[in-house]
Design a binder for this molecule. Structure first.
Ligand code: BGC
Length: 853
């Protein structure tokens, strides 16, 4: 990780952006200079999408690129996973998001000279992602080789209002001399390898051998291509997954003189070339409207009709309506979701960029999951992980619950596959896949994949939060309950009762991996047991709620799933008897039954060039040590905080924080929240900065693969749960704020059951005002208040919770004698200082692609 840490005591915000090139602006990300050097990162930072369709921030000329990317959430190809050594029940079906035909290419020729950004003489240049307009725009002045200055203004938008729609505009004005101009606007199936410029191949092709293999054979098989007037349509079917796709594009021209148009359509390629003689001061304006429709079953021909309908509608409504609808959609989004940090414009900009990414990853996914990279890149193959439920959904549940509902309904649609998967793993109930697009397990590495059974409880957790926050009992009764019952059944069956002499009986869960992927396949992982206990209780309570309140729904459930009273009691008994391990000697919760027996990895003496560990050490080396990729026990302390005392939280945090590498971006946000709660206020802020700039500062050196969506959700959580001190363990919203030193105020909004409350935390008080809906109750440090629309409520705060300086002492446990008489002394694998790793034999990027966050 690239973040440079300053000494504690300096609370000012670090800046990871070059402010000459990316000036501070609270609502916009602005780039004032084009550079090839970090083109992969800027393609990610300037990507536009709506959760269904995503366009990377590739330049219009379609030439220089790190990775040309146009993605549709869930549109994937399947392939057979070839394991070097087979075993029963291994994942079989690889799934990879497909790069769909690229509509971004608009090439300009003036006097037959092409505008190529990387070599053009640019008099001025700016590119702006406006987070209120939802539009990416570019404005440049180009001096052609013959000295003619040409102004080129363009816009790109993927509509939140109409999810199948992308819009582009391109305006060319010659400033000095009359000249012939040509604009070639294209729609190109890059999967077929057609690119007249032979643009850089996508690095994914190099990095991921599976994709390289796929690209040798055709993925998108042509089904139709035709042109009709201003419009062209292309249709395809994926060779193996059979998914279908159609895309249509149409152009409108605004030019006061004559121009001509040439249209070419082939099966992988559609092009309109517009030619004119432009006089100085005249503007040639082109509008490009593109629509995509995809399906698992509908033939491409029918999808083409749908594309036509989308374009017809846009034609009748007009372009300005689309831009206006976009602005309105985002105005509503920000009303519900904005988080404001007074007096820190650079931080504000970064916060909004992160929140905007959440909208871009999920808003119009309508029935799809939230991929680890949203629709901004092909990293992680476009797969859905627990990232959705634990990192992204809290934001949506409290700000745009309909988006949370859609994502949860997607899990419901996967339930059948999860039931089959449980069967394959010899379990009752349902086991959700660790990573997937189509519902089947796609993780080829079971130790850090399928073994993460906690995914079941993570989904149950998100359902519970959603239902409590919205009161959407209809979703619970018709869909959510089936997931809760089937996941509870999985736990009840996976765990078993064990009697230990003198210690009674407890319910154990063996052979699982917790969130920390640096320790795998263990017994009684604390996070898993705590979350499984929650899942069992939640299922039992929800079934009883149904029985009491909606007997009809309850009878349907009983006939659907044959739930019995005896079974519910078993869940409750298993939850009550769940083994929650505690190490008396160290005074902490061990991460798993054998965790504390391992040697402690000496992180303080690990050379920076050996980080992240997963790129430099065989998993077995890492597994042998106490060292964490990401928060595990500490995440349990956050998600099920009421299960732990304040002393336990502090002790656990003190122990685990110094041995947590943060090699996953899913870690820092959680460490920030618990650091804030236990009082390490400076450390909380430090973790927050590292998360806020994960992509903007490319702190993990892989922003070019796409946005780290879980981390963007974590940024919201760190602000609202961490500094805002919000907790939602029951039906009442609770607050115990931890405003960082130097912040004048932090403002955020939460919606609960139709009421939206604005919360403003200041150093000396917290103020609640109802912005919408009848009102609700809140609790501030144990005192309950009822809020109504009539007037805001201000509650004085006596400080911002405990204030501990610095970070936990990394050496505090060194020299401690364990229960078995051995002494804790940190150590390192023998070769840690060897510089010559045989990296040339390993495709490190491929490893990173697979396992690194
Ligand atoms: C993390 C997982 C995460 C995945 C996708 C991995 O590096 O360890 O927890 O789900 O990335 O973001």
């Amino acid at each position: 990780m690239k973040a440079a840490h300053r000494p504690f005591g300096d609370n000012s915000a670090p800046d990871y952006l070059d402010r000459l090139r990316f000036p501070v602006d609270p609502w916009r990300l602005v780039e004032t200079e084009f550079s090839r050097k970090d083109i992969g990162v800027t393609e990610t930072l300037f990507a536009v999408g709506n959760g269904y369709l995503g366009l990377r921030g590739n330049v219009e000329d379609g030439h220089d690129a790190h990775a040309h990317g146009t993605f549709i959430n869930g549109f994937h190809e399947t392939w057979k996973i070839l394991h070097a050594e087979e075993a029963y029940g291994f994942a079989r079906t690889g799934q990879t998001i497909v790069n769909v035909p690229d509509p971004k290419i608009i090439r300009l020729y003036v006097n037959d000279e092409p505008l190529l950004l990387s070599i053009a003489d640019l008099v001025s240049y700016s590119r702006v992602l406006d987070m209120r307009d939802g539009v990416l725009s570019r404005d440049l002045l180009w001096r052609t080789p013959s000295g003619n200055r040409v102004r080129v203004r363009s816009k790109r938008m993927v509509s939140f209002a109409q999810r199948h729609l992308a819009l582009m505009t391109f305006e060319v004005t010659l400033l000095d001399e009359e000249a012939p101009i040509a604009i070639s606007s294209q729609l190109l199936n890059r999967q077929a390898g057609l690119d007249e410029y032979r643009a850089n191949p996508s690095p994914d092709v190099i990095a991921d051998p599976r994709k390289a293999e796929r690209l040798e054979t055709r993925v998108l098989e042509p089904r139709l291509h035709h042109a009709e007037g201003d419009r062209v349509v292309l249709g395809y079917q994926a060779a193996s997954s059979d998914m279908t796709l159609a895309t249509a594009m149409e152009h409108w021209v605004d030019f006061e003189d004559d121009y001509d148009r040439v249209t070419e359509v082939e099966q992988d390629y559609a092009k309109h070339v517009f030619r004119a003689r432009a006089k100085p001061g005249q503007t040639f304006s082109l509008t490009k409207v593109v629509s995509y429709h995809t399906s698992r079953a509908v033939p491409a021909r029918e999808l083409a009709d749908r594309c036509n309908r989308t374009l017809d509608r846009v034609r009748s409504e007009g372009i300005s309506t689309q831009f206006e609808d976009q602005r309105q959609w985002l105005a509503d989004f920000w009303d519900r979701s904005d988080v404001e940090i007074e007096g820190h414009d650079s931080v504000q900009q970064a916060v909004r960029w992160n929140l905007f990414q959440l909208a871009q990853a999920a808003a119009r996914g309508d029935g799809h999951g939230i991929a680890a990279k949203g629709v901004t890149g092909s990293g992680y193959g476009g797969h859905y992980f627990w990232d959705s439920e634990i990192y992204a959904l809290p934001f949506f549940t409290y700000t745009s619950p309909v988006i949370a509902r859609n994502a949860l309904r997607y899990r419901y649609r996967m339930l059948g596959a999860a039931e089959r998967r449980a069967g394959e793993l010899a379990q009752n109930g349902a086991l959700f896949p660790w990573r997937t697009i189509n519902g089947e397990e796609a993780s080829a590495y079971y130790a850090a994949g399928t073994a993460q059974y906690h995914i079941d409880a993570d989904i149950a957790y998100a359902i519970d939060k959603y239902v409590r926050a919205t009161g959407d009992d209809d979703f619970l009764a018709r869909e959510g309950i089936d997931i809760l019952v089937q996941t509870a059944r999985m736990w009840a069956d996976l765990g078993f009762w064990r009697r230990v002499a003198g210690n009674g009986e407890s319910f154990r869960i063996h052979g699982v991996t917790g969130p920390d992927e640096y320790t795998t396949v263990v017994n009684d992982n604390l996070y898993t047991n705590v979350m499984a206990r929650f899942n069992l209780r939640c299922a039992a309570e929800s079934v009883r709620k149904l029985q009491d309140r909606w007997p009809d729904q309850f009878s349907r459930l009983v006939s659907r799933l044959e739930v019995t009273e005896q079974e519910i009691q078993e869940w409750e008994r298993a939850a009550d008897g769940m083994a929650i391990l505690w190490d008396e000697q160290l005074g902490i919760h061990p991460q798993d039954a054998l965790f504390n027996e391992r040697e402690v990895w000496d992180l303080a003496n690990t050379p920076a060039e050996k980080r992240p560990l997963l790129l430099h050490f065989h998993p077995l080396v890492i597994y042998r040590f106490q060292v964490l990729k990401q928060a595990d026990v500490v995440l349990a302390l956050f998600l099920q905080g009421e299960d732990f005392t304040a002393e336990q939280k502090k002790a656990d945090f003190d122990y685990y924080d110094p041995i947590t590498t943060g090699d996953s971006t899913l870690s820092g946000v959680v460490q920030s929240i618990i650091a804030a709660e236990v009082g390490y206020h400076e450390l909380a802020l430090r973790y927050f900065w590292d998360s806020l700039y994960v992509d903007l500062g490319d702190l993990h050196s892989n922003a070019s693969d796409g946005v780290h969506v879980a981390s963007t959700g974590g940024v919201w959580s760190a602000l609202v749960y961490g500094f805002g001190g919000f907790r939602d363990q029951n039906d009442v919203l609770k607050f115990d704020p931890r405003l960082p030193d130097g912040w004048d105020s932090l403002t955020f909004r939460l919606s609960q059951r139709g009421t939206r409350v604005k919360v403003v935390v200041r150093p000396e008080d917290v103020t609640f005002s109802i912005e919408e809906g009848p009102g609700l109750s809140v609790e501030v440090r144990g005192a309950r208040f009822s809020l109504t629309q009539l007037q805001p409520l201000t509650v004085p705060l006596d400080g911002q919770g405990p204030r501990l300086a610095g970070a936990p002492d990394a050496t505090a446990f060194h020299g401690t004698v364990r229960a078995d008489g051995t002494v804790i002394r940190p150590s390192l694998p023998a070769n840690v200082n060897d510089d010559v790793a045989p990296t040339h034999e390993i495709d490190l990027e491929a490893v990173a692609e697979r396992v690194q966050e």
